[in-house]
Design a protein around this ligand. Sequence first.
Ligand SMILES: Cc1cc2nc3c(=O)[nH]c(=O)nc-3n(C[C@H](O)[C@H](O)[C@H](O)COP(=O)(O)OP(=O)(O)OC[C@H]3O[C@@H](n4cnc5c(N)ncnc54)[C@H](O)[C@@H]3O)c2cc1C
Length: 397
Amino acid sequence: MKMEMSYDVVVIGAGPGGSVAAKYAARSGCSTLLIEKRQEIGTPVRCGEGIAKRWLDDVGIEPSSKWIANEVDGARIISPNGTVLEVDESKAGNECGYVIHRDIFDMSLAQQAAAAGAEIMVKTSATGLIRDDGIIAGVRARSMGKELVIRSSVVIAADGFESQVGRWAGINTNLKPKDVDSCYEYTLAGVDIDSRYTDFFIGSIAPGGYIWMFPKGEDIANVGIGVQMSKIRGAGEAKMYLDKFISRHPEFSKGKPIMEIAGGVSISPPLDRTTVPGLMLVGDAARMIDPVTGGGIYNACVAGRIAGEVAGQAVEQGDSSQQMMDRYERRWREKMEDHLYRNYMMKEKIASLDDATFDKLVYAMTQVDMDRMTTLEILRAIKKKYPEVVKEFEEFM
Ligand SMILES: Cc1cc2nc3c(=O)[nH]c(=O)nc-3n(C[C@H](O)[C@H](O)[C@H](O)COP(=O)(O)OP(=O)(O)OC[C@H]3O[C@@H](n4cnc5c(N)ncnc54)[C@H](O)[C@@H]3O)c2cc1C
């Protein structure tokens, strides 16, 4: 049995990108439906749960004790020989500030979408797209055994790393193995940590990636790894690298795993195209993850806001053309494309460094003053004092 429905905007996927998109679409007066294939938004968690503070305001998110597990003072980067660079939170990049309960965070963003007027359906999977004269005009979905035909003026696809919607729309979302990180993470209870810092361990312990320790409390932390797929034989190897690392660190190995997760993140350049008439791709589905850090919550939320606002304009003007969708394309690219490209090239370079060079770089960073710890600022600062250490990175400065 088929059920016909009709909305101005349908959003696929209730991760951060989708919920923020649904909130802003609903706020601009559109009848909005947010569909999520899982039975519970935010669960199971597949995330290190580290976010920065300063962008939350941009997407209308108020910090809340409901989802903040721990507020950190800064980040530490630890080189292969144990040299530690300490960075104050106010200078750090996008993965430092709060360690969150991601399940509650995602749920609260969905609540905000609902409060703005969006309808939400869980246990509802998009299975295809509807087209009218070449323009995307809705979504086919399945919900508890029922086939749904949901007509809409605009579709926003925020269906995550494993996105299919982009492909259905004819957008090439393929990733090369070198542009994917295979991740594994434990939440360890009973660890002996300094919960004021997030820690990043770099070098051959995590080929092409890094190991993170994000403290969720005094004695509980997410300890995880991201390893470049092209540098390992299979996804299981990420866990092997992590287990080896943990076994050599008594402060972590005394902890007991209360959660174990595996997942992939794209560390690619952003897609050449994230829209077709009537459809916008948001967040991980559009490959908006930062290729150096693997963090993607911020970019997903920012793009979600822009997509929701553009959807509002499209509906108001009765125009879902490519020209209208280009407004989204332009706005998100202005906001983050340069940074994503620079960090992509940087990731390529970093993946080729040996442990001795990491040691030199981290040591050099401890010797210079920086206002902000962006990759660009780091390189510029090191260059002033140790030009020979960053010779290989000249092209990024
Ligand atoms: C191990 C790991 C650690 C990470 N750590 C961090 C971190 O510390 N900080 C950070 O910023 N980022 C981190 N990330 C990345 C971050 O999780 C993502 O960038 C972020 O979730 C992107 O949000 P999104 O809304 O684009 O996609 P998602 O959060 O993946 O949401 C997509 C949603 O779409 C739903 N969906 C998929 N297909 C369909 C369908 N056909 N129909 C209906 N619903 C569908 C999914 O169920 C899901 O709920 C990590 C990722 C991994 C794997």
